[in-house]
Ligand binder design. Sequence first.
Ligand code: ARG
Length: 264
Amino acid sequence: MKKILLCPPDFYDIEYEINPWMNTNNKVDKERVRDEYEQLKEVYLKLGAEVLEIPAEPGLPDMVYAANFGFPKGNTFIKSNFRFLQRRPEADFAAKFLEAKGFMTYSLPQNVFFEGQGDLLKINGKYFFGWGKRSSFSAKKYLAEKLTGEILDFKLNDPYFYHLDMSLGPLDKNTLVINPRSFLKKDLEKLYKNFKNIIETSIDDNKMMACNLVVVGHTVVIGKGISGQLKKDIEKYGFEVREVQMDEYRKGGGSVKCNTLEFF
Ligand code: ARG
Protein backbone atom coordinates (compact mmCIF):
# COMPACT_ATOMS: atom_id res chain seq x y z
CA MET A 1 0.00 0.00 0.00
CA LYS A 2 1.26 3.46 -0.80
CA LYS A 3 2.04 5.59 2.25
CA ILE A 4 2.18 9.36 2.09
CA LEU A 5 2.53 12.39 4.34
CA LEU A 6 0.52 15.59 3.96
CA CYS A 7 0.48 18.85 5.93
CA PRO A 8 -2.78 20.78 6.34
CA PRO A 9 -2.89 24.43 5.20
CA ASP A 10 -3.61 25.95 8.64
CA PHE A 11 -0.91 28.62 8.24
CA TYR A 12 -0.43 28.56 4.47
CA ASP A 13 -0.18 31.93 2.74
CA ILE A 14 2.08 33.93 0.43
CA GLU A 15 4.20 35.83 2.95
CA TYR A 16 7.44 36.04 0.93
CA GLU A 17 8.57 35.38 -2.62
CA ILE A 18 11.15 32.67 -3.19
CA ASN A 19 10.03 31.49 -6.61
CA PRO A 20 8.53 33.33 -9.61
CA TRP A 21 5.01 31.99 -9.00
CA MET A 22 4.76 33.68 -5.61
CA ASN A 23 3.42 37.22 -5.26
CA THR A 24 2.72 38.53 -1.78
CA ASN A 25 -0.26 40.49 -3.13
CA ASN A 26 -1.84 37.27 -4.34
CA LYS A 27 -3.10 36.01 -1.00
CA VAL A 28 -4.48 32.55 -0.36
CA ASP A 29 -8.23 32.02 0.00
CA LYS A 30 -8.31 30.07 3.27
CA GLU A 31 -11.61 28.40 2.68
CA ARG A 32 -10.79 27.29 -0.82
CA VAL A 33 -7.41 25.93 0.12
CA ARG A 34 -8.99 23.94 2.94
CA ASP A 35 -11.37 22.39 0.39
CA GLU A 36 -8.48 21.62 -1.96
CA TYR A 37 -6.60 19.94 0.87
CA GLU A 38 -9.56 17.85 1.98
CA GLN A 39 -10.24 16.80 -1.60
CA LEU A 40 -6.65 15.72 -2.21
CA LYS A 41 -6.62 13.73 1.02
CA GLU A 42 -9.96 12.15 0.16
CA VAL A 43 -8.71 11.11 -3.28
CA TYR A 44 -5.65 9.43 -1.76
CA LEU A 45 -7.75 7.61 0.83
CA LYS A 46 -10.24 6.44 -1.78
CA LEU A 47 -7.38 5.10 -3.89
CA GLY A 48 -6.30 3.04 -0.89
CA ALA A 49 -3.26 5.04 0.21
CA GLU A 50 -2.32 5.39 3.85
CA VAL A 51 -2.24 9.10 4.69
CA LEU A 52 -0.24 10.53 7.59
CA GLU A 53 -0.70 14.17 8.56
CA ILE A 54 1.95 16.30 10.21
CA PRO A 55 0.59 19.24 12.23
CA ALA A 56 1.19 22.61 10.55
CA GLU A 57 3.38 25.08 12.42
CA PRO A 58 2.66 28.80 12.79
CA GLY A 59 5.21 30.97 10.98
CA LEU A 60 5.91 28.31 8.34
CA PRO A 61 3.49 29.15 5.52
CA ASP A 62 5.19 26.83 2.98
CA MET A 63 5.02 23.77 5.22
CA VAL A 64 2.09 22.53 3.10
CA TYR A 65 4.65 21.39 0.50
CA ALA A 66 5.55 18.22 2.35
CA ALA A 67 7.55 16.73 -0.55
CA ASN A 68 10.37 19.10 0.36
CA PHE A 69 10.90 17.86 3.93
CA GLY A 70 13.37 15.19 2.86
CA PHE A 71 13.46 11.69 1.45
CA PRO A 72 12.22 8.73 3.54
CA LYS A 73 13.84 5.46 2.55
CA GLY A 74 13.08 2.37 4.64
CA ASN A 75 13.48 3.57 8.22
CA THR A 76 15.93 6.33 7.28
CA PHE A 77 14.83 9.89 6.76
CA ILE A 78 17.27 11.90 4.63
CA LYS A 79 16.49 15.33 5.92
CA SER A 80 16.41 18.41 3.70
CA ASN A 81 18.67 21.45 4.00
CA PHE A 82 16.50 24.16 2.52
CA ARG A 83 18.19 26.84 0.45
CA PHE A 84 15.96 29.59 1.84
CA LEU A 85 16.04 30.52 5.50
CA GLN A 86 12.26 30.90 5.61
CA ARG A 87 11.73 27.16 5.08
CA ARG A 88 14.60 25.67 7.09
CA PRO A 89 12.70 24.84 10.29
CA GLU A 90 10.21 22.69 8.35
CA ALA A 91 12.79 19.92 7.99
CA ASP A 92 13.36 19.85 11.77
CA PHE A 93 9.65 19.45 12.47
CA ALA A 94 9.40 16.69 9.88
CA ALA A 95 12.44 14.88 11.33
CA LYS A 96 11.00 15.05 14.84
CA PHE A 97 7.64 13.79 13.60
CA LEU A 98 9.20 10.85 11.75
CA GLU A 99 11.68 10.02 14.54
CA ALA A 100 8.68 9.55 16.84
CA LYS A 101 7.51 6.95 14.31
CA GLY A 102 10.82 5.08 14.43
CA PHE A 103 12.77 6.76 11.62
CA MET A 104 16.47 7.57 11.91
CA THR A 105 17.45 10.94 10.56
CA TYR A 106 20.42 11.39 8.25
CA SER A 107 21.57 14.97 7.67
CA LEU A 108 23.77 16.40 4.93
CA PRO A 109 26.46 18.99 5.79
CA GLN A 110 24.89 22.37 6.45
CA ASN A 111 26.34 24.09 3.38
CA VAL A 112 24.96 21.42 1.03
CA PHE A 113 21.41 22.23 -0.03
CA PHE A 114 18.91 19.45 -0.59
CA GLU A 115 15.15 19.86 -0.94
CA GLY A 116 13.89 16.31 -0.57
CA GLN A 117 11.44 14.85 -3.03
CA GLY A 118 11.20 18.18 -4.79
CA ASP A 119 14.57 17.28 -6.32
CA LEU A 120 14.91 13.53 -5.80
CA LEU A 121 12.56 11.05 -7.46
CA LYS A 122 12.78 7.28 -7.38
CA ILE A 123 11.87 5.36 -10.52
CA ASN A 124 12.32 1.63 -10.86
CA GLY A 125 15.30 1.36 -8.51
CA LYS A 126 17.07 4.41 -9.96
CA TYR A 127 17.17 7.92 -8.56
CA PHE A 128 16.68 11.11 -10.52
CA PHE A 129 18.24 14.15 -8.89
CA GLY A 130 17.62 17.78 -9.92
CA TRP A 131 20.11 20.49 -8.95
CA GLY A 132 21.11 24.03 -9.73
CA LYS A 133 18.10 25.95 -8.51
CA ARG A 134 17.46 24.63 -4.98
CA SER A 135 19.52 21.50 -4.28
CA SER A 136 23.31 21.67 -4.66
CA PHE A 137 25.09 19.36 -7.05
CA SER A 138 27.33 18.30 -4.16
CA ALA A 139 24.31 16.71 -2.43
CA LYS A 140 24.57 13.84 -4.91
CA LYS A 141 27.60 12.29 -3.25
CA TYR A 142 25.97 12.37 0.20
CA LEU A 143 22.77 10.87 -1.19
CA ALA A 144 24.82 8.08 -2.75
CA GLU A 145 26.03 7.10 0.73
CA LYS A 146 22.47 6.33 1.80
CA LEU A 147 20.81 5.10 -1.37
CA THR A 148 21.46 1.95 -3.30
CA GLY A 149 20.93 2.36 -7.01
CA GLU A 150 22.24 4.67 -9.66
CA ILE A 151 21.66 8.42 -9.24
CA LEU A 152 21.20 10.31 -12.50
CA ASP A 153 21.52 14.07 -12.20
CA PHE A 154 19.76 16.83 -14.07
CA LYS A 155 20.68 20.50 -14.10
CA LEU A 156 17.53 22.57 -13.90
CA ASN A 157 17.29 25.36 -16.40
CA ASP A 158 14.16 27.38 -15.87
CA PRO A 159 13.44 29.55 -12.77
CA TYR A 160 9.72 28.69 -12.95
CA PHE A 161 10.54 24.99 -12.67
CA TYR A 162 12.99 25.18 -9.80
CA HIS A 163 12.46 21.65 -8.50
CA LEU A 164 12.79 18.47 -10.54
CA ASP A 165 9.25 17.41 -9.61
CA MET A 166 7.95 20.45 -11.52
CA SER A 167 9.37 19.06 -14.77
CA LEU A 168 9.43 15.32 -14.41
CA GLY A 169 6.45 13.18 -13.45
CA PRO A 170 7.17 9.44 -13.47
CA LEU A 171 4.12 7.27 -14.27
CA ASP A 172 5.80 3.86 -14.20
CA LYS A 173 9.12 2.27 -15.02
CA ASN A 174 8.70 2.92 -18.73
CA THR A 175 6.69 6.10 -18.79
CA LEU A 176 7.36 9.75 -17.91
CA VAL A 177 5.62 13.07 -18.27
CA ILE A 178 8.24 15.79 -18.81
CA ASN A 179 8.55 19.47 -19.46
CA PRO A 180 11.27 19.34 -22.12
CA ARG A 181 12.03 23.07 -21.78
CA SER A 182 13.54 22.58 -18.32
CA PHE A 183 16.34 20.31 -19.37
CA LEU A 184 19.65 20.69 -21.13
CA LYS A 185 20.00 18.75 -24.36
CA LYS A 186 22.32 16.16 -22.85
CA ASP A 187 19.94 15.60 -19.94
CA LEU A 188 16.97 15.18 -22.27
CA GLU A 189 18.98 12.53 -24.08
CA LYS A 190 19.57 10.79 -20.76
CA LEU A 191 15.82 10.66 -20.20
CA TYR A 192 15.11 9.34 -23.67
CA LYS A 193 17.78 6.68 -23.19
CA ASN A 194 16.19 5.46 -19.95
CA PHE A 195 12.49 5.54 -20.88
CA LYS A 196 10.47 3.99 -23.64
CA ASN A 197 7.48 6.30 -23.36
CA ILE A 198 7.91 10.01 -22.84
CA ILE A 199 5.01 12.44 -22.87
CA GLU A 200 6.13 16.03 -23.42
CA THR A 201 3.95 18.76 -21.92
CA SER A 202 2.80 21.88 -23.76
CA ILE A 203 3.44 25.41 -22.48
CA ASP A 204 -0.19 25.62 -21.29
CA ASP A 205 0.13 22.37 -19.37
CA ASN A 206 3.31 23.68 -17.78
CA LYS A 207 1.36 26.69 -16.51
CA MET A 208 -0.86 24.17 -14.71
CA MET A 209 2.24 22.38 -13.31
CA ALA A 210 1.13 19.22 -15.07
CA CYS A 211 4.34 17.27 -14.34
CA ASN A 212 3.77 17.74 -10.62
CA LEU A 213 1.72 14.56 -10.23
CA VAL A 214 1.46 11.51 -7.98
CA VAL A 215 0.59 7.98 -9.10
CA VAL A 216 -1.37 5.64 -6.84
CA GLY A 217 -1.81 2.22 -8.42
CA HIS A 218 -3.01 2.99 -11.93
CA THR A 219 -4.39 6.41 -11.15
CA VAL A 220 -2.56 9.63 -11.92
CA VAL A 221 -3.51 12.37 -9.45
CA ILE A 222 -2.91 15.70 -11.17
CA GLY A 223 -3.99 19.35 -10.94
CA LYS A 224 -7.30 20.28 -12.58
CA GLY A 225 -7.01 22.29 -15.78
CA ILE A 226 -4.63 20.16 -17.82
CA SER A 227 -5.31 19.85 -21.54
CA GLY A 228 -7.50 17.16 -23.07
CA GLN A 229 -4.48 16.14 -25.13
CA LEU A 230 -2.31 15.43 -22.08
CA LYS A 231 -5.15 13.53 -20.45
CA LYS A 232 -5.48 11.38 -23.56
CA ASP A 233 -1.73 10.83 -23.74
CA ILE A 234 -1.66 9.59 -20.13
CA GLU A 235 -4.71 7.36 -20.61
CA LYS A 236 -3.11 5.82 -23.66
CA TYR A 237 -0.59 4.13 -21.39
CA GLY A 238 -3.32 2.52 -19.28
CA PHE A 239 -3.72 5.07 -16.50
CA GLU A 240 -6.78 6.73 -15.11
CA VAL A 241 -6.56 10.48 -14.61
CA ARG A 242 -7.95 11.98 -11.41
CA GLU A 243 -7.90 15.79 -11.51
CA VAL A 244 -7.94 17.78 -8.29
CA GLN A 245 -8.33 21.51 -7.83
CA MET A 246 -4.93 23.02 -6.96
CA ASP A 247 -5.43 26.74 -7.72
CA GLU A 248 -4.61 27.98 -4.23
CA TYR A 249 -1.48 25.83 -3.99
CA ARG A 250 -0.21 27.05 -7.35
CA LYS A 251 -0.03 30.55 -5.84
CA GLY A 252 2.85 29.28 -3.71
CA GLY A 253 4.50 27.52 -6.62
CA GLY A 254 3.35 23.96 -6.11
CA SER A 255 0.73 21.37 -7.03
CA VAL A 256 -0.09 17.74 -6.24
CA LYS A 257 3.40 16.26 -5.88
CA CYS A 258 4.74 19.22 -3.91
CA ASN A 259 2.05 18.54 -1.33
CA THR A 260 2.86 14.87 -1.07
CA LEU A 261 5.81 13.16 0.61
CA GLU A 262 5.93 9.53 -0.51
CA PHE A 263 7.49 6.71 1.52
CA PHE A 264 9.70 4.17 -0.21
N1 ARG B 1 6.80 28.00 -2.07
C1 ARG B 1 7.51 26.76 -2.07
C2 ARG B 1 8.98 27.03 -2.36
O1 ARG B 1 9.25 27.87 -3.17
C3 ARG B 1 6.92 25.80 -3.05
C4 ARG B 1 7.52 24.43 -3.01
C5 ARG B 1 7.08 23.52 -4.11
N2 ARG B 1 7.50 22.19 -3.89
C6 ARG B 1 7.89 21.28 -4.81
N3 ARG B 1 8.10 20.07 -4.42
N4 ARG B 1 8.13 21.63 -6.04
O2 ARG B 1 9.87 26.44 -1.81
